[in-house]
Design a protein around this ligand. Structure first.
Ligand code: ZN
Length: 337
């Protein structure tokens, strides 16, 4: 192990509570902009202690550093006599889950990295690569608010806005670009966005945008969207205006999603969804007024929790293994469906 950016001494641990059901024991990893989370998930599907370690520094070598950290954590997480059969690795940025090719990470600085090949060369286990929002979405579909549905959209309203799209029970990947609705324009000539455009969904309806716009318009610096909701509830008209724009942008964006794939449910997660009825009430009403031709999809709050990405990694690892097992059985000509 040559990498020095990962500091095991700073590793923190806690325990996940949601089980994913019986199956092969696997290792699950969720790489975020600041932290890598990792857990061993046993044959009952119960995740053990979650280890956390800092993500590597921004730069082109961050991809190799991530895989080195994964190898190191895998060794520490594997219990004696219960070897995992596969590993799920969820990554941020633009990632093609099907090929394991990562085009870009804004937070960690890699570009055009073949993670599938990198993992094959450094890890002894079969690896399933996932994308953060789609992995969290997969957990939401199997364990959370999307359960029982086949066509659904899981939207994360956090620092940015992104979605996981599931059609007929399958995630839509599109080389890693599916669900990137954050930079779709919803308010023409609206708020300037970091991408250079104006009126992007992310520029008005992300949790970060709500806090930023309110701070600027009111002259009172707030740390997050929660304070804006509190101000609105207390009668602050600037807060109400900022919130209305956020709801309007989101309603427009979701109306297009509903028109295009008619999801059975739209799941909303991330910081803004924590506003509860302050968000869901006006959003349902506005969406209903916009959708005159297709049914209005139910809006529900995400339920898979803060470790959804990690649980999604474990689910992806299990699925990859199932496909491998199916193929090898087919190769022997003994598998009958
Ligand atoms: Zn944008």
């Amino acid at each position: 192990m040559t990498d020095t950016t990962v500091r095991p001494a700073g590793t923190a641990a806690d325990t996940a509570t949601t089980a994913i059901g019986p199956g092969a024991p696997v290792l699950a990893f969720d790489v975020g902009g600041t932290t890598i989370k990792a857990a061993y998930v046993d044959a009952d599907g119960v995740p053990g202690t979650i280890l956390r370690t800092p993500s590597p520094a921004f730069g082109p070598s961050s991809a190799v550093a991530v895989v080195d950290a994964v190898a190191e954590l895998a060794g520490r997480l594997t219990p004696p006599g219960a070897a995992p059969r596969a590993l799920g690795l969820t990554l941020p940025g633009i990632v093609d889950d099907e090929t394991g090719f990562a085009t870009y990470s804004e937070n960690l600085g890699w570009r055009d990295v073949d993670f599938a090949a990198l993992c094959r060369s450094r890890l002894a286990l079969p690896v399933a690569i996932g994308h953060d929002v789609r992995s969290g979405g997969t957990a939401e579909m199997e364990l959370g608010a999307g359960r029982g549905h086949r066509t659904a959209v899981v939207v994360v309203l956090g620092t940015g806005v992104s979605a996981a799209v599931f059609v007929d029970g399958r995630p839509v990947v599109a080389r890693g670009y599916a669900g990137e609705i954050g930079h779709a324009v919803v308010i023409p000539r609206g708020e300037a966005c970091v991408c250079g455009n104006q009126g992007c969904l992310e520029a008005v309806s992300s949790a970060a945008a709500v806090a930023r716009r309110y701070s600027r318009m009111s002259g009172r610096e707030v740390a997050g969207a929660r304070e804006v909701v509190e101000a609105m509830a207390a009668g602050d008209t600037i807060a109400a205006a900022v919130w209305d724009t956020a709801v309007e942008g989101l309603a427009l964006g979701l109306s297009h999603v509903a028109s295009l794939i008619q999801p059975e449910v739209i799941v909303l997660g991330g910081g803004l969804a924590e506003a509860g009825d302050h968000l869901f009430g006006p959003l349902r009403a506005r969406l209903a007024s916009l959708l005159t031709y297709v049914p209005v999809p139910p809006l529900v709050k995400a339920r898979a929790g803060e470790n959804a990405g990690l649980l999604g990694s474990a689910l992806l690892a299990r699925r990859a293994l199932d496909r491998t097992d199916d193929r090898s059985t087919d190769d022997r000509g003994t598998h009958h469906r």
